[in-house]
Write a protein that binds this ligand. Structure first.
Ligand code: PMP
Length: 447
């Protein structure tokens, strides 16, 4: 539909346009020789612009660069700022905590109230805090292996759960392979990670039947390989098969918290045995949580009681520091509310309708997928059913050209696939600007 030559032409024009509009950004990168490849964290090189935009500040759903450009921000820190940049209630709580000490290695009363809020929102009774969602996923895998005495875990092809090496096994033409991009891992993870396609009930049944899998680690809707929706009945079959085989079910709701208040499992079911939420739960302050059922808590306590004192391999010094607890408490009290979700879902519906209209008007064989406040356009006609189909449908050059075109019109998409997030403070005018720029981009690509 869109010719490769047109993609290359648009990419070249937009790279030049970016260069002309961002002199200070280029000067910054030229001078930033102390950072490896000019950035403090190498993922920041993944943006499609010739060099990453250098942020000056962000407020609500607008980010401002050091070149003075304002961006309608639909990346929102890749979900960390899903509820808007620096919500006032969060900022006030952080300022207060900053004067009262930041890290004590002791519980606080505010922390006790927070655990109750987590239980009420997500429907699981017991919680622990980590510093990142990656760390929370590593922790729950460890607990599940520990309490079940089983070595293996199961993940879905194309999934991403953070810096969790156990989940870096993919299917290539049906054969499990270590993800080629993984750096410095010397163990063959295929010995202990079983990977199958999402939505494949038969493969799931036969993998779990052996009774040697400690846990299934899943996003209830895949969000990191484009978006792959659960086929009708798949998640309830997953729940049933886990119950029948004594396998623990973990939902990583770090991204699918976009689904609605309480996350995907709460809104649509089924209920997992354990769940992980990171990123947005602290509004951008590094923290994450994992919750679990009373039965899992009992088994964890028994395991703890039976092992000798010493390092458990779970958690770090800064886990549950006072700043993180305060951040989450402010977010759950005042920012992550049912009203906020009403606003996000309304905005997301406006975005979906606008994009669908432009795709139809341009007669493109693309489609739009939505998981609550998380919206994505995929450059294929039929929604992918699993990770392999989603990978085949991806078009990195087309994505990069589109993202750069939009960035040059003051709109930021996440650098990873075509993900757009609608926060409670994203304005209709911002959504309409995105839809308008998307239409202009499509026209440029079709010229
Ligand atoms: N789980 C999911 C579903 C994610 O998408 C990510 C990050 N994109 C993570 C976990 C890890 O989050 P973090 O990088 O903050 O540890």
């Amino acid at each position: 539909m869109i010719a490769d030559a047109a993609i290359a032409r648009v990419a070249a024009i937009e790279a030049e346009r970016f260069r002309a509009a961002n002199p200070r950004t280029f000067a910054h990168h030229a001078a930033a020789t102390g950072w490896f490849q000019s950035v403090p964290f190498h993922w920041m090189k993944d943006w499609p612009s010739p060099v990453p935009i250098v942020a000056a500040s962000a407020k609500h759903a607008t980010l401002t660069s050091i070149d003075g450009q304002d961006y309608d921000d639909f990346c929102l820190g890749d979900t960390a700022s899903l509820f808007g940049h620096s919500p006032p209630a969060l900022a006030a709580a952080l300022i207060r905590q900053a004067t009262e000490g930041l890290s004590y290695m002791l519980p606080t009363e505010r922390g006790a109230a927070l655990s109750e809020k987590l239980a009420a929102m997500f429907g699981l009774p017991q919680w622990q805090v980590t510093t990142t969602a990656s760390e929370a996923n590593r922790a729950v895998i460890r607990w599940c292996r520990g309490i079940s005495g089983r070595r293996k875990i199961l993940t879905f092809n194309g999934a991403y759960h953070g810096a969790v090496d156990d989940a870096f096994v993919d299917l290539k033409a049906g054969t499990p392979m270590m993800r080629a991009s993984l750096i410095g891992q010397v163990h063959d993870l295929r010995d202990t990670t079983t990977v199958i396609e999402f939505n494949d009930e038969q493969a799931l049944a036969s993998a779990l039947r052996g009774g040697d899998i400690a846990c299934v680690l899943a996003e209830p809707v895949m969000t990191n390989v484009g978006m792959v929706r659960d086929a009708p009945g798949f998640l309830s079959t997953l729940r049933k098969l886990c119950d029948e085989t004594g396998t623990l079910l973990i939902f990583d709701e770090t991204h699918t918290i976009s689904s609605g208040y309480g996350g995907h499992g709460t809104v649509h079911g089924p209920k997992p045995d354990l769940m992980v939420v990171g990123k947005s739960i602290g509004g951008g302050v590094p923290c994450a949580v994992y919750g679990f059922s009373a039965e899992v808590a009992e088994r964890m306590a028994a395991l703890n009681a039976a092992r000798p004192a010493g390092h458990s391999g779970i958690g770090t010094t800064l886990s549950a520091n006072a700043l993180a607890i305060t951040a989450m408490d402010a977010m759950l009290s005042d920012v992550i509310t049912p009203t906020a979700y009403d606003q996000m879902l309304r905005g997301a519906a406006r975005l979906v309708a606008g994009l669908e209209q432009e795709i139809a008007a341009a007669d493109l064989d693309w489609h739009v997928t939505q998981v609550g406040a998380r919206v994505e356009f995929l450059t294929c006609l039929t929604p992918p059913h699993n990770g392999s189909e989603a990978k085949t449908a991806m078009h990195p050059e087309l994505e990069a050209a589109t993202h750069l075109f939009l960035a040059n019109r003051g709109i930021l998409l996440a650098p990873f696939h075509n993900m757009m997030l609608v926060s409670p403070v994203t304005g209709d005018d911002q959504i309409d600007r995105l839809v308008g720029a998307f239409a202009d981009c499509v026209r440029a690509l079709k010229e």
